[in-house]
Every structure is written in C-alpha cells, then in structure tokens.
Design a protein around this ligand. Structure first.
Ligand SMILES: Cc1cc2nc3c(=O)[nH]c(=O)nc-3n(C[C@H](O)[C@H](O)[C@H](O)COP(=O)(O)O)c2cc1C
Length: 190
C-alpha cells in the first residue's frame, strides 16, 4: 500500500478494533455478525472477543448448539458490521469463519470467560429451542465442565474491509482487500 492516508485509516481501524475488545463503552465491541443461515441471510449482535491485525483475525464466542453453527458449515463466509453513531463511522468486514470446539483455542479462551457467562453455556436446551416459559431457558446446572462442552470460538480471517465516515461537509469511503500477501487500498465513492 503506497498511500499514507489509506494506510493510516487501515491501521486506525485495527487499533480501534483491538481497543474496543476491552472497552465496554465502545460500540465497536458489539458488532453485527452476518452469515448465510440454513434458510437465508441471518444477522445478530455479538461481542467481539479479539482483533488481531497481524493475523487479520476477529473472534467471537458462541454455543456450539446454536443455529448459526450449521450455517457456518454450509457457508463459512461472514460479514461483520461495526457502527459508531457518535463518529458516524461504519466498518464492514468480510472473510471466512472457522469454528473451534473443544480444542486448544477453546481451552485457552475458556478461563477468560467470567463464571457467570460460562453458565450461559449450561442451558438444558439448545439456543433457539422453543420453551413454555422464560425460566426454562436459564442454566439448570452449575457444572462448568458440562458448560464447556457447549463452548465454541468463531475465528474469522478477514479478506476485505470497507470503511465509511460521514462528515458534515464531506463523506469519505475507502476499501481494503487482502491479495494473499498485503492489503490493497483504494478510495471509493461513499
Ligand atoms: C448485546 C448482545 C451481545 C450478544 N453477544 C453474543 C455473543 O457474544 N455470542 C452469541 O452467541 N450470541 C450473542 N448474542 C445473542 C445473539 O445476538 C443471538 O441472539 C444468538 O447468538 C442466537 O443467534 P443464532 O440464532 O443466529 O445462532 C448477543 C446479543 C446481544 C443483544
């Protein structure tokens, strides 16, 4: 990439993503993750758990029993949407997901999940199962070893980023695509 301004935008995106992981006040910590579900497009809010610029990787965590999992198996392509209403800044990122379940990645991530959140993986029924009352959707056991069996990490390698900043006088948009060796960058019409 030979345009300093575009490089600085890309670096700024990755720096902010990494910072947002640990900043509950940052709206970029709660992106929307879009997938091709078994019955068509599907989007949901997720907590972004890590952002690694060098590996071009974003991660999230989920229940292996959730309905998004078979969707990933059918089509691993993902779209992440980040929006900051204060700065009127949007990032759309696309790539491919790999699901990790009971492997070195989940073993490393599990201890950093607070115990109360670990219990979210201990529901008797799978996410999305129909129940007669909300209480039936809560964790019924405090067995963390059982909960871990349902814990999955979604690891997404990004290959394209679309950045848009709405301004009072002008809007700016740039696009970045990974060519296998480096990011290619260009300005785009907003
Ligand atoms: C603020 C917020 C954060 C969420 N974070 C996660 C998350 O990190 N992982 C997750 O699986 N679901 C998370 N959810 C729930 C998802 O949006 C979604 O309802 C759930 O994962 C089921 O989606 P699915 O039917 O596509 O599998 C979150 C929801 C909200 C409102």
């Amino acid at each position: 990439m030979n345009n300093d301004e575009l490089l600085s935008i890309l670096n700024g995106i990755w720096q902010r993503l990494a910072k947002a992981v640990d900043d509950p006040a940052d709206p970029w910590r709660l992106p929307v993750l879009g997938t091709q579900g078994l019955n068509g497009p599907s989007a949901r809010t997720m907590v972004m758990r890590s952002a690694d610029a060098a590996g071009r990787v974003l991660t999230a965590q989920t229940d292996i029993r959730s309905t998004k999992i078979p969707g990933f198996r059918k089509d691993p392509r993902v779209a992440w949407l980040f929006f900051d209403p204060t700065k009127q800044e949007q990032v759309r990122a696309t790539g491919r997901a790999v699901i990790h379940h009971d492997d070195d990645i989940t073993l490393r991530a599990w201890p950093s999940v607070p115990e109360t959140n670990q219990l979210n993986y201990a529901t008797a029924h799978e996410p999305g199962a129909t129940i007669d009352a909300p209480a039936l959707g809560q964790a019924t056991s405090d067995d963390l070893a059982e909960a871990y069996k349902n814990f999955a990490v979604i690891r997404c390698e990004l290959t394209a980023i679309d950045w848009l900043q709405l301004g009072t006088t002008a809007h700016r948009r740039s696009q970045f695509s990974w060519n296998g060796a480096e990011w290619l960058a260009t300005w785009a019409v907003p």
